[in-house]
Design a protein around this ligand. Structure first.
Ligand SMILES: NC(=O)c1ccc[n+]([C@@H]2O[C@H](COP(=O)([O-])OP(=O)(O)OC[C@H]3O[C@@H](n4cnc5c(N)ncnc54)[C@H](OP(=O)(O)O)[C@@H]3O)[C@@H](O)[C@H]2O)c1
Length: 306
């Protein structure tokens, strides 16, 4: 009999995971992607989103557009919704907007971008530019990038939310040294979303950010879930442990993503990829069982032993 894990690994390699998922083969709970609620509204989001830093910040020649359109199509075909970008990511918003025109099944799209400017008017101008570049008339989630001038922008974002130009307000950071500032901002203000780094190696967010987000009812977006691909260096040439099948995990990428999702305070993880088959692989982490607390400790110990 072909083992479930072998089947899933073969499916990832062959890029046919979407078809298997459609038949309920990717997870014990069937073919539906795992969804988690945004605490401030109850709206439910698929737990795997997509980042655009570096991967969409590229020169827009035709072969690149075709490849990135395949990436985005694989995202939508496998139940994806939330796409995270920023004006800080060079051409990423623009390339995303162009590539979006080439995809189908994009009704689920949940746009998240950021304001990254000093000053009220500069922030407003930049947010309008982002909408134009992403080719949308409203943004679902507007985040203050790395807390930059956040006390100024928060006023504008509250106005924009009332006017329906955005639906949710968020704030981001990615560096440990900024955690104090993020904690301070969360104590002062109710954000719908907070975004920060969390992965199986960098677990600093467990100390304060994840518990605080849970207690204050903020949704969490997790950036750098692969530590900018450095986690793959640790496992290169290593076999996935047999017991990974106990939480429907078929690849190292899913191992890293499901580790994050095993914490119930995580709402959505936003890995970035420039490759369609990596997108299919990553989306597989949003199906099936997730590791519980004991299993997550085992995952940490296993990685440390390699
Ligand atoms: N302060 C902030 O607001 C902030 C800071 C950092 C990041 N972010 C957001 O978080 C997103 C994610 O972070 P990130 O892009 O820096 O890093 P990441 O998602 O941790 O890692 C991306 C890297 O992983 C590789 N990869 C993806 N899927 C893979 C797979 N299945 N197998 C093997 N390799 C795979 C990608 O290479 P391939 O292209 O070859 O797949 C890429 O090099 C960003 O894109 C951005 O949207 C926000």
């Amino acid at each position: 009999m072909v083992e479930r894990r072998t089947l899933l690994q073969a499916a990832v390699a062959a890029g046919v995971l979407p078809y298997l998922s459609a038949f309920g083969a990717t997870g014990a709970t069937g073919s539906d992607p795992i969804l988690r609620a945004i605490p401030s509204s109850g709206e439910r989001l698929p737990v795997i989103g997509m980042g655009t830093m570096h991967t969409f910040d590229v020169e827009g020649d035709e072969p690149t557009f075709v490849r990135l359109a395949e990436v985005l199509q694989a995202f939508f075909d496998n139940g994806g919704a939330l796409v995270d970008s920023s004006p800080m990511y060079g051409k990423a918003e623009q390339v995303f907007g162009d590539v979006l025109q080439r995809t189908t099944r994009k009704d689920a799209l949940f746009t998240a971008t950021k304001v990254w400017a000093d000053g009220k008017q500069q922030g407003i101008d930049e947010m309008y530019r982002s909408m134009g570049r992403m080719r949308v008339t409203s943004i679902d989630l507007m985040q203050i990038h790395n807390l930059r001038d956040w006390r100024t922008h928060i006023e504008t974002l509250r106005e924009w939310k009332e006017q329906g130009k955005i639906r949710y307000i968020g704030v981001t950071t990615s560096h440990g040294r900024r955690h104090d500032e993020l904690v301070e901002a969360m104590q002062e203000t109710d954000f719908d979303f907070v975004q920060f780094t969390y992965n199986i190696v960098d677990r600093e967010a467990e100390n304060r950010l994840l518990p605080m987000a849970r207690d204050r009812g903020a949704a969490t977006l997790i950036n750098l879930p692969f530590g900018r691909a450095t986690l793959f260096d640790k496992v290169r040439g290593k076999q996935l442990p047999e017991w990974a099948s106990e939480f429907d995990c078929a690849s190292w990428a899913q191992f890293f993503l499901k580790f994050c999702l095993g914490d119930p305070a995580v709402t959505c993880v936003i890995p970035a990829t420039s490759k369609p088959h990596h997108m299919v692989d990553n989306m597989g982490a949003g199906f099936g069982r997730l590791p519980d607390a004991d299993m997550r400790q085992r995952m940490i110990r296993h990685l440390e032993s390699l």
